[in-house]
Design a protein around this ligand. Structure first.
Ligand code: ADP
Ligand code: MG
Length: 406
């Protein structure tokens, strides 16, 4: 999936700071980094007798600090520890990996990775790549307005959430919202919003090279609330991986330009289109229910998001749908097994859901004051909050730590 990711993202130059007490090591590491294909900007700090704090008096914070430890490693790591976690960049420590004391202290100081001399360039480049992807994802959180909704297992409620979140963004938060339906298998849009798109995404993709703003409207259906929908139709079957990603990206870009919020209902199958969406998403809502198969599939999904697509934990919100506090699988179990940072619960409300489907009206129209409706509104408000604070509610703890092997 690597080649997908690089082509889907705008390149942003990585800033790397190398700090060392040995000039020759400094030069060597610089050469090794210089051969990384994304051409990072390299800053060097040759530490002599002055400050041993590698971050002392820096003009700008690097994206990665490569700290080449000397025999004064204790002091060097202590200096780093004096900076709060929020005020130090990810650190790659070069030092003696076999010294458990160094390892422990380096981990406390937030070391992301460890390398020994002679430095393995492949490993070094791997770290650079990872940091670079994270930087790009972090910028998406800041600038983005694309919410992707995906289920761990069919029937978890992804389409219900996507439709209702999009509707609420439009109506309660006055956002010009487009709902894009990539989950074409079950035709849920027609049921939830009583809409039957005639031209869908597949048709738009066919002509994407000629598509402009005016032409795009032919592919959007307008709900009476003002919400616009770019749907899937069953008359054009799109094979997975059939569409080149630059076409998908072009369509996404154009759709994003024409709204304040884009909500995408994704199918479970992660094909090229889904990857393009996920990699442009500022937030991803992963919908799960409280049963073992759901959790098992969600673990797999989270693994793909984190490790294949380099999605950050801050971007992922796990929505436990049809929440039941008496269920055998508890929310705590889910938090722990998915190592999730942001989790919300959505109440079970069979009656309202059925009524919503039967009438083709959103949840908040059929039962505005229901707990279900309120929780949906809270989640949409969190998703579009202008300050973009990460969603954080309830008894949440950040269980995920790369250092402890999460
Ligand atoms: N919170 C809920 N309470 C009760 N029923 C729900 C809830 N969320 C979803 N449902 C119902 O579950 C079924 C599957 O939902 P759907 O959104 O189509 O799932 P998915 O898109 O994940 O396959 C639908 O009939 C829907 O109305
Ligand atoms: Mg669905």
């Amino acid at each position: 999936m690597d080649n997908f990711s690089s082509s889907n993202r705008a390149q942003i130059q990585l800033k790397v700071l190398i700090s060392s007490r040995t000039q020759s090591d400094l030069d060597l590491i610089e050469t090794l980094i210089g051969e990384f294909d994304e051409q990072p900007r390299i800053m060097k700090r040759f530490v002599s007798n002055g400050h041993i704090d590698p971050l002392y008096d820096l003009d700008e914070m690097p994206d990665l600090l490569i700290l080449n430890l000397s025999k004064h490693w204790q002091g060097e790591l202590d200096e780093l520890l004096n900076h709060s976690a929020a005020n130090r960049p990810p650190v790659l420590v070069v030092g003696d990996q076999h010294n458990p004391e160094i390892m422990r202290k380096a981990m406390q100081a937030g070391a992301r990775d460890f390398l020994n001399f002679p430095i393995n360039q492949v490993e070094l480049h791997k770290t650079l790549k990872q940091i670079s992807r994270e930087k790009q994802q972090a910028q998406l959180i800041d600038s983005g307005h694309l919410t992707a909704v995906i289920n761990a297992k069919g029937g978890s409620g992804a389409s219900m959430l996507a439709c209702n979140l999009a509707y609420l963004m439009q109506t309660n938060s006055n956002q010009h919202t487009i709902l894009m339906d990539l989950d074409m298998q079950f035709g849920s849009l027609a049921e939830y919003l009583n809409l039957k798109p005639e031209n869908g995404i597949a048709d738009a993709l066919k002509v994407v090279d000629e598509l402009d703003e005016t032409a795009l409207t032919a592919y959007l259906v307008k709900h009476k609330s003002g919400l616009q929908v770019l749907g899937s139709t069953t008359n054009t079957i799109r094979m997975p991986n059939q569409t080149p990603e630059q076409q998908i990206n072009r369509l996404l870009k154009m759709v994003l330009k024409n709204c304040n919020q884009l909500v995408v209902d994704l199918p479970r199958m992660i094909d090229r289109t889904a990857i393009a969406v996920l990699q442009n998403a500022s937030r991803i809502v992963v919908v799960v229910q409280q049963d073992l198969i759901n959790v098992r599939d969600a673990i797999h999904m989270m693994h793909i998001l984190r490790n294949e697509l380099a999605i950050l934990d801050d971007q992922i919100i796990v929505a436990v749908n049809r929440f039941d506090k008496k269920a055998a699988v508890s929310v705590k179990d889910i938090e722990e097994s998915l190592k999730v940072k942001h989790l919300v619960t959505i109440p079970n409300d069979y009656r309202t859901s059925i009524e919503s489907l039967n009438k083709g009206e959103p949840i908040s129209v059929v039962a505005k004051r229901s707990a279900l409706s309120r929780s949906l509104n809270q989640l949409q408000a969190d998703l579009i909050r202008p300050d973009n604070e990460p969603v954080h509610r309830g008894a949440l703890t950040n269980l995920f730590s790369r250092l402890t092997g999460g």
